[in-house]
Every structure is written in structure tokens, then in C-alpha cells.
Ligand binder design. Structure first.
Ligand code: DP6
Length: 352
């Protein structure tokens, strides 16, 4: 049986080998399972890998899961299938999308000592590929559904590591609420955990959608370009300090500090993107309009700040009590086609 390098690596690790031993006692497995997971928005960004295959990041990151937006994934292992199948939002997939799913399925098969193929059906309730991290919720839901379908009971940490192999930011969609991904040194210690539960801080992410088109350069390709920017070294040098500030801001529910550190970190990541070779420019004209407008509102006393992932849409964070007003204001900015809202979301979970 063929195993990719990273699957062999993860299966050899002590903590996951303990699953192997547990598995040895199981005689039947349920064959299919359904899981949901939320996307997340990073306040301190992940950009660049030390190991691209294992997705070991160059820096730690902090995010908030987004309740209301989700990926729902069903995985069914079936001895009658001759190959793995992937259906995404109703459309059968092949090529790179299927290959990426195989990374997780092969690890799960290796851990569970099964050779059965799987049918994966996944749906998002939000637009794909527009800077709302669909790969995060997709791989968190896939890891949980696939491991449950073969009867594996992985810990949150093990699931986070498994999800990370499919998409780095997916490791942050496994735990609930406000989440930190410890960069770690290697596969075993690179995983995410909760800093605070979803109800700890009543924040809203108002997502100003300015384009629903697919982004030209995906994050995986972008991570590979990060070190070609002369600014990446400077960004990384300050990341430990920004992680401390962001963690404290969350724990103290300090919006002003969160606003300053989140916008700074966003600008640093986009400065790296723009100075990579080739340059990556994800912003559209309306992205800049929203950024400038949010800055004006904050100067006027409104508690708002923004952050932007690898896409043109702007995530505007604010306390819940001003979110209705903020949405009304964003809708008036020229170029904004839709505003989605999300509050802090829970962990990846099985649907029974
Ligand atoms: C800009 O997790 O999408 O959203 O590991 O290649 O799937 P892959 O990359 P991905 O990168 C996310 C980049 C980001 C910042 C962040 O979410 O931290």
C-alpha cells in the first residue's frame, strides 16, 4: 500500500501510535460519519512554512472560529469502492482538490489498518475561495468525520495535527472559540488549542464581501513565496510580541489592543505578500475603501478594526452591541456586494 511521506511520519509518532493500540481492540467500525467545522479568522496570521509537506509554520498564530458559517462533511468508507471519491458542493472533484483530501484519508487508513476507499461529500454554506478560509473548515470537518468513520477516537490535539496536514489553518478550526496554533518544532508539537471559549467575548466578524471570484494564487502557493520577501524576516522577528499582546487582549477583552495588534499583523502579512517574488496583491479597490473607512470610524470612537486574509474581502471585527450599526455602515461603502456576520464559533463536532 502506498503512503505519502507525511502519513508515514504521523503514523510513527508515539501519541498517534497509542491510537493504533486502541484500534487493535476494535473489531467493528461505523463506516460513515458526518462532521461540521467552522472557518476561522486569524488575528495573528500564519504565512510561511518551515516544512511545506507537514505544514509546520514559520510562526504561531491566533484566530477566532466563525459560528454560522460551516463546512458539513460526510465520509463513508466502503470496501466496494475502487478509488476515493470527493464531491464538493454537489460537484465531483479530481486533480489537486482530491489529492489534498487523500493526504488526510491515507493517514486515517494507515492509523486504522484499513485499505477501504472512502466517499467524501462536503458542502460549505458560504462562498468558496474568497478569503473566507474554506480549507480550514473543510479539513477540520474531514479529519473528524474520516477518523470517526473508521472508529478512531483521536484527542483534540491529534485531530488538530491531522487537520494541519490538509491545510495549516485547519488545525485552528478543531478547537472551539479563540484559538492559538503553537508553531512547534515538528509534527508532534505543531497543533492548536483554545485560549478562551466562544462565549468569553461577545465579538462579531462582519465580512465585507467585495468579490466572490476565486483568488488567483492560493495560500499554499503563497506560503512558498513568503521567504522571497525581504520583509518576512522583520515580520517574524516581531511575531512573538504580537502573539503575547493578542492573547492578553483576548483574555482581558481589551478591544483597543486587539484592534492595534490585529491591523498591524494584517499589514505586515500583506507587506510580505506584496514584496514577494512574484508579488502577491490580493486587494481590490473596494478593499482599500473599506480599510480607510473603518479607520475613520475608529477615529470617530466606534470600536471596529479590520483584518484581511489571502483574498480581497475585509473582516471587520467589533463588539456585538455595535454590530448592527457597523453592518449598516459597511453596506453603504461602494464596491461591497454582501456582508456576512459571524460570532465566535465552537469546535469541530460530529453530527449525529
Ligand atoms: C492568509 O491554511 O489556507 O489565511 O496550509 O496551504 O492550506 P494551507 O494555507 P492556509 O493559509 C492561511 C493563510 C491566511 C492566514 C491565516 O489564516 O492565518
Amino acid at each position: 500500500m502506498f503512503y505519502r511521506k507525511e502519513c508515514a511520519t504521523i503514523a510513527q509518532l508515539t501519541s498517534l501510535s497509542s491510537v493504533d493500540r486502541r484500534w487493535g481492540k476494535v473489531t467493528m467500525f461505523p463506516h460513515d460519519a458526518v462532521a461540521i467545522a467552522h472557518p476561522n479568522i486569524a488575528f495573528i496570521k500564519y504565512w510561511g512554512n518551515r516544512d511545506h509537506n507537514l505544514r509546520i509554520p514559520t510562526n504561531g498564530s491566533i484566530s477566532m472560529n466563525l459560528e454560522g458559517l460551516y463546512t458539513r462533511t460526510q465520509v463513508a468508507f466502503d470496501a466496494a469502492l475502487v478509488a476515493d471519491e470527493l464531491v464538493l458542493n454537489g460537484l465531483p472533484q479530481s486533480g489537486p482538490a482530491l489529492q489534498r483530501v487523500l493526504t488526510v484519508l491515507e493517514c486515517v487508513r494507515s492509523l486504522a489498518h484499513t485499505e477501504n476507499h472512502a466517499r467524501v461529500e462536503s458542502e460549505n454554506n458560504f462562498p468558496t475561495g474568497v478569503g473566507i478560509a474554506s480549507s480550514a473548515s473543510a479539513f477540520a470537518a474531514l479529519s473528524l468525520a474520516a477518523s470517526a468513520a473508521v472508529g478512531l477516537q483521536l484527542s483534540e490535539r491529534e485531530l488538530s495535527r491531522l487537520a494541519r496536514l490538509g491545510s495549516g489553518s485547519a488545525c485552528r478550526s478543531v478547537p472551539g472559540g479563540f484559538v492559538e496554533w503553537q508553531a512547534g518544532e515538528g509534527d508532534e508539537d505543531s497543533y492548536a488549542g483554545s485560549i478562551a471559549p466562544p462565549d468569553y467575548w461577545e465579538l462579531t466578524d462582519c465580512i465585507a464581501v467585495v468579490s466572490a471570484e476565486h483568488k488567483p494564487t492560493g495560500s499554499s502557493q503563497g506560503h512558498r513565496l513568503a521567504e522571497s520577501s525581504p520583509l518576512q524576516v522583520a515580520r517574524l522577528a516581531g511575531t512573538p510580541q504580537r502573539l503575547i499582546l493578542c492573547r492578553q487582549a483576548i483574555l482581558e477583552r481589551d478591544f483597543d489592543t486587539l484592534a492595534i495588534v490585529t491591523e498591524l499583523d494584517c499589514h505586515l502579512m500583506h507587506a510580505v505578500m506584496m514584496t514577494s517574488r512574484p508579488a502577491l496583491i490580493y486587494w481590490a479597490p473596494a478593499t482599500l475603501s473599506v480599510m480607510a473607512t473603518v479607520q475613520t470610524w475608529r477615529k470617530g470612537g466606534l470600536e471596529v478594526c479590520y483584518t484581511i486574509d489571502a483574498g480581497p474581502n475585509v473582516h471587520i471585527l467589533c463588539p456585538n452591541h455595535v454590530s448592527t450599526r457597523v453592518v449598516e455602515l459597511i453596506e453603504q461603502v461602494p464596491g461591497v456586494v454582501q456582508v456576512l456576520t459571524a460570532q465566535p464559533g465552537g469546535p469541530a463536532r460530529l453530527v449525529v
